[in-house]
Design a protein around this ligand. Structure first.
Ligand code: ATP
Length: 308
């Protein structure tokens, strides 16, 4: 392979997506005959890990599963993709997470209930067992979907070992200043940036203000995803917008996950943040042209051909 990848760790959630399409979303107490049911791997951490792996990164995926049939969906997917399953954590007492998704096939509106299950029960001891893995990594990418204590602990481990931390702030929730002070690169979308900073990101000037807020907390680099407009980047020294690729999107669910996985893969190859964002925009643009999350992540050859 022409690229020199450094090892990276993705720490985050796995849930099984259970998706039903229906003529209309049921009202309380109503039963509706649906039309299509689909079941497959999902979860922000898992989607991002798969995206990075398929893009060519040397990824070790850490997530936590139960001892059940849903766990097999994660393991089978990882095995099919030749991903390392050796650092997956297991719970004897809590089931694998799942997301119940109902989609109105006329309006495309949805209702989702996520049960995080095992990946909401990651203990300090389990995180501490990952010290060696994290220490060998060039980057750690994590999100806010597993229990917050596990995110705080893994970020601290990486920080102490001088490993660069990328934090994707989804699903958004308050985070401590202590955590933010250990982040090399934060990647909120516009809504998350607003909720975290209190600044509505509706212009480049507003994005500058939001970035300054993150810098004041000790974050080193800020990248805000702007949907079909691309991404805003601010390193403190240089800032600007990298436009998205123009495509006919059919399903933007998981676009943020595709982007973060692509960003990680490109950074691990030694691309600078600007080149990496362009690569990640391309990966995400390919993913939004397919239905689904994990299965919609493109392989490296597709990304290279798309960018050529
Ligand atoms: P989601 O929650 O749907 O996974 P998000 O809100 O976290 O997504 P967005 O900012 O919507 O993230 O999108 C992430 C990236 O995906 C964008 O920066 C862009 O590169 C790409 N993207 C999203 N929507 C489109 C689109 N319609 N066309 C092309 N690229 C897109």
């Amino acid at each position: 392979m022409e690229h020199m990848e450094k090892k990276v760790t993705v720490f985050g959630s796995f849930v099984v997506d259970l998706m039903a399409r229906t003529p209309h979303l049921p009202a309380a107490g109503e039963t509706v005959k649906g039309t299509v049911f689909k079941m497959g791997p999902g979860g922000k951490g898992f989607n991002q890990g798969v995206a990075a792996h398929k893009a060519g990164a040397d990824v070790t995926m850490v997530t936590k599963l139960g001892q059940d049939a849903f766990a097999d969906i994660a393991l089978n997917t990882m095995n099919e993709l030749h991903m390392d399953t050796g650092r997956v954590l297991y719970s004897d007492t809590t089931e694998t997470g799942c997301a119940l998704i109902m989609v109105d096939e006329n309006s495309s509106q949805n209702e989702i209930v996520v049960i995080l299950g095992a990946c909401n029960t990651i203990t300090d001891q389990e995180v501490d067992s990952l010290e060696d893995l994290v220490g060998q990594s060039e980057y750690l990418l994590t999100q806010l979907e597993t229990n917050v204590s596990s995110v705080e602990r893994i970020v601290d481990t990486a920080y102490r070992k001088g490993v660069k931390v990328i934090l994707n702030t989804a699903p958004v929730q308050p985070v401590s200043d202590e955590l933010l002070g250990k982040i090399d690169l934060i990647t909120p979308n516009e809504v998350e940036a607003e909720i975290l900073t209190g600044i509505r990101v509706d212009s480049e000037e507003a994005a500058d203000k939001a970035a300054d807020w993150f810098f004041s907390k000790g974050v080193k680099n800020v990248l805000i995803t702007l949907g079909q407009r691309g991404v805003y980047i601010n390193t403190g020294e240089k800032k600007g917008i990298i436009p998205a690729y123009k495509v006919d999107a059919v399903d933007t669910t998981g676009a943020g996950d595709a982007f973060n996985g692509g960003l990680l893969a490109a950074l691990a190859e030694g691309k600078d943040l600007w080149e990496a964002a362009d690569f990640a925009n391309a990966l995400a643009a390919l993913s939004v042209q397919k239905i689904g999350t994990t299965p919609s992540m493109p392989v490296r050859e597709e990304i290279d051909a798309f960018m050529a």
